[in-house]
Design a protein around this ligand. Structure first.
Ligand code: ADP
Ligand code: GLC
Length: 468
């Protein structure tokens, strides 16, 4: 089958969170199964663009409202990512350093979506499926189904994967003219509660909908930032497929970013060396348990509670634990997390920012990884932690519920029910007791590292789904 993935992120070209990891891996594993999976994404001004070789495969013009603009599409020449990568260059709109966060994001992602469809319409053949990821590509199923301009490809099946229903990309009806012409009585397919809502439209118009874990699919009929009723109505065409992880990128026995590589057999020595290196950089004591948090500092992740969680834990432990944070997001949370450095020097540290290499080093060197998420459609951090022998402390929600089993249920992680300071502190206390039982920790680490969360299985589930 020929599968076209459309996404705003794809690792290693541009990654803000797990969406990038997924789109950078899934196509590769689909190709390994004998299919032809391609990624078509915006050409941002990133290092990848400057450091690699490309050929131009398309030069054309597209239209956003009354504005005509030139589009150039590049293909990465060497296929080094394990899939064909196409980058859509739109001068002045896409060629910026950041992926999101601009006032004209609506215009940017609409221009990208329209350009991609204009290009695909000119192909001599039709792909077997167009797979859209999140709201940035959410108007594609509508436009393919209803815009006269894309009539050629209206029979190509579309699949939407919801990585996070919190973000929907809604904008006002005053921008309706951006969307190429269609019979206006179809407008209802764009609407959700009085606005044009790309995620809602994709849920309505795509042939199939997936979520990134089965539990998240169950949860969003009750809690999905206003889309609950719609998701409940469309449940019949929806399925939850648990994300995998890219075992080539996340492999502690071959990870060049680590101080020392390690396998199941050498996990104790390997983690010790990585922990020592990390503790020396961050002025922490390698003899004490190391708790960490890695991620976006936003409400969904429970990040607003982290300063209080860590203050309490460090205060009560009286110097017996270490905490290290890697993240960026809400400036207030960033400030409070930075402030704790002065309160608990030698036991607490934080790197506020994005650092891919450091994230690998922390997964390898830490004892425990916290994920007190309020919403977690899948979560990849816990799966990376498992593979690197770090015990996850997670809230029982979404994908966390589907991947982590509590030690009390003969499992390998520590689970709690609420995103509350008390619950997380209690879980950290249980982790501390576990840490003292060295034999048990050793057993758990070996067990976790052998769990199979690779993409092989999920890649096939998507292929089965595409046979619509
Ligand atoms: P989400 O996509 O909601 O942010 P996931 O758990 O699916 O959550 O994926 C997060 C990804 O982003 C992981 O690869 C994680 O290691 C990475 N990540 C998050 N914050 C940072 C950071 N500050 N520095 C480096 N990597 C980060
Ligand atoms: C989203 C979700 C996260 C998921 C990721 C990849 O960003 O917040 O839980 O793991 O997408 O699907």
């Amino acid at each position: 089958m020929e599968i076209i993935h459309l996404s705003a992120e794809c690792y290693p070209i541009a990654k803000v969170g797990g969406l990038g990891d997924v789109v950078g891996a899934l196509p590769k594993y689909q190709n390994k199964l004998g299919h032809v999976a391609k990624v078509v994404m915006p050409a941002y001004q990133t290092k990848f663009m400057q450091e690699n070789e490309f050929e131009v495969v398309y030069d054309g013009w597209s239209k956003l409202g009354f504005h005509n603009f030139p589009v150039r599409i590049f293909r990465e020449k060497t296929n080094k990512l394990g899939f064909d990568l196409y980058l859509v260059h739109i001068s002045g709109l896409m060629d910026r350093e950041k992926v999101y966060g601009y006032d004209d994001d609506t215009e940017r992602f609409l221009a990208y979506q329209i350009s991609v469809l204009d290009w695909i319409c000119q192909w001599e053949h039709r792909p077997d499926v167009i797979h859209c990821h999140d709201h940035h590509t959410g108007l594609v199923p509508f436009m393919m189904a209803y815009c006269q301009q894309f009539r050629n490809i209206s029979n190509v099946p579309t699949v939407l994967t919801i990585h996070n229903a919190q973000y929907q990309g809604q904008f006002g009806w005053d921008k309706l003219h951006y969307i190429p012409s269609f019979d206006l009585w179809k407008s209802g397919q764009l609407d959700w509660r009085g606005a044009i809502n790309p995620l809602a439209s994709a849920i309505k118009c795509s042939w199939r909908v997936t979520t990134v874990s089965p539990s998240y699919l169950d949860e969003i009929s009750f809690r999905a930032n206003g889309l609950e009723d719609l998701l409940a109505q469309e449940r019949g065409k929806s399925v939850g497929i648990l994300n995998g992880i890219d075992n080539d990128v996340w492999n502690p026995s071959a990870d060049a970013m680590l101080e020392k590589q390690f396998s199941v057999k050498t996990v104790e020595a390997g983690k010790k060396a990585n922990k020592a290196a990390l503790c020396s950089v961050f002025n922490l004591d390698p003899e004490k348990p190391l708790y960490t948090f890695i991620g976006r500092l936003v409400g969904e992740k429970g990040a607003d509670l982290l300063p209080d969680i860590f203050y309490n834990a460090l205060h009560q432990a009286n110097g017996d634990i270490n905490v290290l944070v890697l993240g960026s997001g809400d400036p207030q949370v960033e400030g409070r997390l930075n402030h704790l450095k002065d309160v608990f020097p030698g036991n607490y540290n934080a790197y506020i920012g994005y650092n891919e290499q450091l994230s690998h080093q922390i997964y390898a060197g830490a004892d425990f990884l916290l994920m007190p998420s309020r919403v977690e459609p899948c979560g990849l951090n816990q799966m990376y932690a498992l593979r690197y022998g770090t015990i996850p402390i997670v809230r029982r929600i979404g994908g966390l519920k589907d991947t982590v089993i509590d030690i009390g249920d003969a499992g390998f992680g520590i689970c709690h029910d609420q995103t509350s300071v008390w619950d997380v502190n209690h879980a950290m206390g249980r982790a501390y007791e576990l840490y003292l039982d060295k034999k048990k920790v050793k057993e758990i680490r070996k067990f976790m590292m052998q769990l199979d969360h690779s993409w092989d299985n999920a890649a096939q589930q998507y292929i089965d789904l595409y046979q619509i």
